[in-house]
Design a protein around this ligand. Structure first.
Ligand SMILES: *Cc1c(COP(=O)(O)O)cnc(C)c1O
Length: 418
């Protein structure tokens, strides 16, 4: 469910015509719907109301500080994977005690920063990281709260690039090593085991992998309790899928019911790290048709957004629905929608049936709110595009368009090359 739809043949985001935003900020542009984000958050949050829980929005899905702040207003915490994301969460006013820090490659500097602001817990992904965490905690004379991220070896049946809980993946610690690692940590007065964690992947559209992963965590949890550990947080990560095309992901309530059923006898505070499910369908990328052309095999629609702006199709062969900003009654054609970048993978759709388009038409690439802008780059020296947040009949530019001067500002030519 989202708040993008046509009124009198024109695409609106909530009560604002998309055309009106384009007139001010140009294209390409990301447009987000605040009402959609609030709705998704509330539905997700209410689904877990019968148990103690904390939602830590996964900042990497969409890390604009206005979006984090909007979610913080609703009570959300944050799951961060770098010092940069941690700073964003703090700047957006997220209380440190609602922040968890995940990631396989936290640097000592990042760990020190997170410890110094007293985050809720570190989701530790290796035995060496646990050691480093202990050393830094000792230096700061603090007790570092942590959970071990377990690699439960379950197949989430999603794209291989976003399957993170398989034995062969780099994430987490194998089950077999978990108990001994907790035991060792218990002897270190600067480490405080407070929970257990897993995150098995993203865009998961069935419940079974979540339940299986939770079962693995449960076994370790119970073994630890028997050994006298006092654990509080059962963090089951994020990963719930959304509808891009014809997927049938579980509803948040179905997801919650399955997790509550498995997890509630542990009397834990359940931590959830949703990203995509909150923001994915709350954003679109609007682009302009620059040219159309055809060869003997294919018709192409060349747009002003590129894979540097939205990499999901190139990276994961991801499907994004594409609709015209002004409804067309022209006949349909089968086209490739491609960007201006000098790479064959620079496409948004292949062999897609769309109404016949012409130069100057605007298109909305749907479901672009998660892993869209955050994965964008300056490849081909293209300034990154602006982000606009719509709320009711108002909109705000929450990130201005970069300029070419912005890109060049960080570089310099040493004198010998002048
Ligand atoms: C990416 C990530 C998430 C969010 O995943 P979604 O599929 O967007 O819900 C949560 N936790 C961790 C550790 C992640 O890396």
């Amino acid at each position: 469910m989202h708040y993008f739809g046509y009124k009198n043949g024109e695409l609106y985001c909530e009560e604002v015509p998309v055309k009106k935003i384009i007139e001010e900020v140009g294209t390409p542009v990301y447009i987000y719907s605040a009402k959609t984000i609030r709705r998704h958050y509330k539905v997700f949050e209410e689904s877990f109301s019968e148990v103690e829980h904390l939602i830590c929005y996964s900042v990497k899905a969409n890390s604009n500080i206005a979006i984090i702040s909007l979610l913080r207003q609703l009570g959300s915490g944050a799951d961060v994977v770098s010092a940069g994301e941690l700073k964003r969460a703090l700047k957006a006013g997220v209380p440190p005690k609602k922040i968890v820090f995940s990631g396989v490659g936290k640097t000592p500097e990042e760990i020190e920063f997170a410890l110094s602001v007293d985050i809720l817990m570190f989701n530790v992904e290796s035995l060496e990281e646990l050691e480093v965490l202990g050393e830094i905690a000792k230096k700061l004379n603090k007790k570092a709260p942590f959970a071990l991220r377990i690699n439960p070896d379950v197949d989430p049946q999603t794209h291989p690039y976003i399957s993170t809980g398989l034995k062969k993946s780099k994430f987490g610690i194998p089950e077999e090593f978990a108990i001994s690692a907790y035991k060792k940590a218990k002897k270190n007065p600067y480490l405080q085991p407070v929970g257990i964690d897993a995150h098995i992947g993203s865009q998961i559209t069935s419940l079974a992998p979540f339940v299986e992963a939770l079962n693995r965590l449960k076994k370790i949890w119970e073994a630890l309790i028997d050994l006298g550990f006092e654990l509080k947080y059962l963090d089951i990560g994020g990963g719930l899928g959304i509808i891009y095309d014809d997927e049938e992901p579980p509803l948040p309530q179905e997801y919650a019911d399955a997790i509550i059923k498995e997890g509630k006898d542990l009397k834990a505070t359940i931590i959830l790290e949703p990203g995509r499910v909150i923001v994915g369908n709350a954003g679109i990328l609007v682009t302009k048709v620059l040219y159309t052309k055809e060869n003997t095999l294919k018709k192409f629609v060349i747009v002003d957004a590129g894979m540097n702006d939205l990499i999901r199709p190139a990276f994961y062969q991801a499907y994004h629905k594409i609709v015209p900003v002004e409804e067309k009654n022209s006949e349909y054609e089968v086209v490739d929608v491609v960007g201006p970048i000098c790479e064959n993978s620079d496409f948004f759709a292949k062999d897609r049936k769309l109404p016949k388009l012409q130069r100057g038409d605007f298109l909305a690439i749907m479901s672009a709110g998660a892993y869209g802008f955050v994965m964008s780059s300056n490849y081909n020296s293209r300034p990154r595009v602006p982000e606009v947040l719509v709320d009711g009949d108002t909109y705000y530019i929450i990130r201005r368009r970069e300029t070419i001067e912005d890109l060049l500002a960080l570089e310099s030519i040493p004198a010998r090359y002048l």
